[in-house]
Design a binder for this molecule. Structure first.
Ligand SMILES: [Zn+2]
Ligand SMILES: [Zn+2]
Length: 223
């Protein structure tokens, strides 16, 4: 399988656009936390486990951290496509949100500057909610680093008008929205919006649709 890290942003967009709903969780998991943030497995263990359960495309998306990628060489991994990823905390006006980045240059200096300075910023919700990052800056930095940005678990956004909020993010360059993820008990966070609503917003705005289990445990395929 060719290393995706060398492909362009358009190739990544095409790859993601071609994933079907059924592919998520069976073959594709684009939202996994390692022990470099608040997950339990190392990046090596995640890749081994993903290969064992026949996942074909994965991304390790730690909170504000690229540390998981410091111990692996994406170009040398065989039998599975590992897409560079991250999950940034940020604020959009009065809304706190998580924005996923994919397929960027792992050595991009500005992206690295946005990463956590301290372990607590990768692990503790109570620290992370005081993030100084703003949505336009996060989206622009991901794009300038050659990557695409995706609004994570949108049903958790407390915005009263999700559609308007998403349209504002699109005006900053947002490429996609996470649609396939565990809604039912997503980290015990209250849901403010339905999957149907999110699917409608994605379609209307021609957004890329992504998905992943947002796994923090040893079970990569647990929904
Ligand atoms: Zn999140
Ligand atoms: Zn997450």
């Amino acid at each position: 399988m060719p290393a995706l890290s060398e492909n362009s942003m358009d190739e990544l967009k095409n790859l993601i656009a071609n994933f079907e709903k059924e592919d998520y969780f069976e073959k594709v998991n684009l939202h996994i936390h390692s022990n470099c943030s608040d997950g339990v497995l190392s990046s090596h263990e995640i890749i081994k486990k993903a290969q064992k359960i026949n996942l074909e495309h994965i991304s390790i998306t730690d909170h504000n951290s690229l540390e998981a990628y410091d111990s692996i060489d994406l170009d040398k991994i065989e039998d599975i496509n590992v897409i560079a990823g991250i999950e940034f905390d940020c604020w959009h006006k009065t809304d706190f949100m998580h924005i996923l980045g994919y397929g960027f240059d792992l050595n991009d200096k500005n992206l690295r500057k946005l990463c956590a300075k301290d372990k607590r910023e990768t692990r503790l919700d109570i620290v992370r909610i005081f993030s100084q990052k703003k949505s336009p800056e996060v989206i622009k930095t991901i794009r300038d680093a050659g990557g695409i940005s995706v609004l994570a678990h949108p049903a958790c956004c407390w915005s009263l008008n999700l559609e308007k909020m998403v349209e504002e993010l699109i005006s900053y360059g947002l490429d996609g929205i996470e649609l396939y993820y565990p809604y039912v008990r997503h980290r015990k966070i209250v849901k403010f919006h339905s999957i149907k609503k999110i699917a409608e917003i994605a379609e209307k705005n021609n957004l890329l649709i992504t998905g992943g289990t947002d796994c923090h445990s040893e079970k990569l395929d647990a929904i």
